[in-house]
Design a protein around this ligand. Structure first.
Ligand code: FPP
Length: 222
């Protein structure tokens, strides 16, 4: 096992509580969450992590209050445009993983443009799981097997792995969840089979270099 995880997956939890503690609207926590993600990308690149995958919007997040969902969508659309130049400068290749149908034209277009603009970068791969669920991923892979007319004996772990939405990346070595909950919440169900888990009370907007280093130290000691 290498000392530095090649792939880190993160459930960025605690934005809402960060905001509530300050009597701010939840969207203020999500905005700080974008800042935390920017710091995290930078630190992971500096520490030699090759792939970072974050859970930005789950299939279940559509059930949140309508104003929070639309606030999040506006934030994503804005961040997609605003963050790309710095990601370019830092050699980050962006991938969006999840169900694209049902997204607004603005968000879908922003995603396409951001992926295109960063496609030839190679320092760090940043996977943003958006309108994503681990079960969704398994179902879409199974549907492909059916639509390609495979026989049952042709569908095995190797075939499914190759048809998961993140088949281009290695499985995560380290799975981090911030915000104190100790659940997987339908994130990377297939890919985290052998991951090391690191749970922290730290709320996502407060997650910075010191917290990333604590997770990396814990991983190196396992
Ligand atoms: C969970 O906190 C966080 C989210 C549902 C949104 C995460 C999104 C970001 C950090 C922004 C990422 C930005 C881009 C451009 C990809 P919560 O609201 O569930 O917090 P709570 O558990 O305290 O209520």
């Amino acid at each position: 096992m290498s000392q530095v995880p090649q792939h880190i997956a993160i459930v960025m939890d605690g934005n809402g509580r960060w905001a509530s503690k300050r009597f701010l609207p939840r969207i203020a926590g999500h905005k700080k969450g974008v800042d935390a993600l920017r710091r995290c990308v930078k630190t992971c690149g500096q520490r030699g992590v090759g792939v970072l995958t974050v859970f930005a919007f789950s299939s279940e997040n559509w059930n949140r209050p309508a104003d929070e969902v639309s606030g999040l969508m506006d934030l994503f659309a804005m961040a997609l445009v605003r963050e790309v130049p710095q990601l370019q400068a830092d050699g980050v290749q962006l991938h969006f993983v999840g169900e694209r149908s049902g997204l607004s034209q603005k968000v879908a277009h922003g995603i396409e443009q951001a992926e295109l603009a960063t496609a030839s970068n190679s320092r760090l791969i940043l996977n943003i799981c958006f309108n994503y669920g681990g079960r969704w991923d398994m179902v879409q892979a199974c549907r492909r097997a059916v639509s390609e007319g495979l026989r049952p004996d042709q569908v095995d772990e190797e075939w499914l792995s190759r048809h998961m939405a993140m088949s281009f990346a290695p499985d995560p070595d380290l799975f981090i969840r911030t915000g104190g909950e100790m659940r997987v919440s339908n994130f990377m169900l297939w890919q985290s089979a052998y991951s090391e888990f690191f749970f922290t009370e730290c709320l996502w907007p407060d997650f910075g270099e010191a917290e990333i280093d604590a997770a990396l130290r814990a991983y190196a000691q396992r």
